[in-house]
Design a protein around this ligand. Structure first.
Ligand code: SF4
Length: 206
């Protein structure tokens, strides 16, 4: 499958945070394994090292805790992130909430006192100004899909459940599930099936 979303690298387990750690979220594992997401770290792309002094936004200036102005690194990181979106041909990104680069709805207030305010990071602003859809990691995985597939196919006179019929080179059940499986808003897909169909479902779905 091709890449559909760029995701903050720290959420995918990359140790790129200011303190050399990650914000690993295992719910992205499926999307990583299927090649649906690619990692992006705007601060590293902007030339900042790992580890680095933490930074916060003061109006439109980004200062690190040592009082050094790193705004230019953040602007460069935003612009390079946009370029990576173009290279992959994607217009959807999932970014880590509250980061001075990646925050979507909230950031820290610039006082280094752990105070959160409404606002967005430098990369988020730049991407949104350039028509990229930016989602917070805290607003995805919103729904569960239930696919009902326990019929007996009596009307079709098939000797097997019609969910296994061919539908454009895959089974009907695969066709019914695939939109959900590549949607990062979908937390899980639950298939309601007859118990004797379950072994076949395992083979074709996993
Ligand atoms: Fe994670 Fe974004 Fe910070 Fe990089 S800039 S460590 S991707 S939150």
């Amino acid at each position: 499958m091709s890449v559909k979303y760029l995701v903050s690298a720290c959420l995918l387990g990359k140790k790129v945070k200011y303190n050399g750690e990650s914000n690993y979220d295992e719910r992205f594992d499926y999307f990583q394994d299927k090649g649906l997401v690619a990692p992006i770290c705007p601060e590293v792309l902007g030339g900042l090292p790992i580890p680095r002094s933490p930074s916060e936004i003061m109006i439109n200036t980004v200062l690190n805790k040592d009082n050094i102005d790193v705004t230019e690194n953040y602007i460069q990181g935003a612009s390079k992130t946009y370029q990576v979106c173009m290279d992959f041909g994607v217009n959807k990104v999932v970014l880590k909430e509250r980061s001075p680069s990646c925050g979507v709805h909230q950031i820290y207030d610039g006082s280094f006192t752990n105070t959160v305010v409404k606002g967005s990071g430098i990369t988020t602003r730049f991407l949104q100004e350039n028509d990229i859809n930016v989602y917070s990691n805290e607003e995805i995985f919103k729904y569960d899909a239930i696919v009902v597939a326990a019929g007996k196919s009596e009307r079709t006179h098939l000797k097997y459940n019609k969910i296994f019929e061919n539908c454009l080179n895959r089974s009907c059940i695969q066709a019914a599930c695939e939109k959900f499986l590549i949607d990062i808003m979908c937390n899980k897909v639950i298939i309601v099936a007859n118990k004797y169909d379950i072994p076949v479902l395992f083979i074709i779905c996993f």
